[in-house]
Design a protein. Sequence first.
Length: 84
Amino acid sequence: MDKTIEQRFKDVLKSTLEDSAIIDNIKLEDSLVDYDMNSISFIKIVVALEKEFDIEFDDEQLNAEQFATFEDIVNNIASKINES
């Protein structure tokens, strides 16, 4: 069975973030700010997601409005996948 986008997203977070234990408690509606995401960890996650899903986010998408919550990121990934 294929993993869902959400499962794959969480797998990427676990492999990218230093404190992977917090991933099990993440809810999609949670804000990245709630997890002390800084610009460096955000970029690491974006690069890892682009590689995992074989997509590329537009520079204009990489802002706090479009990626405010984990759900926003999952929705952006789904949108990118559907474009291809």
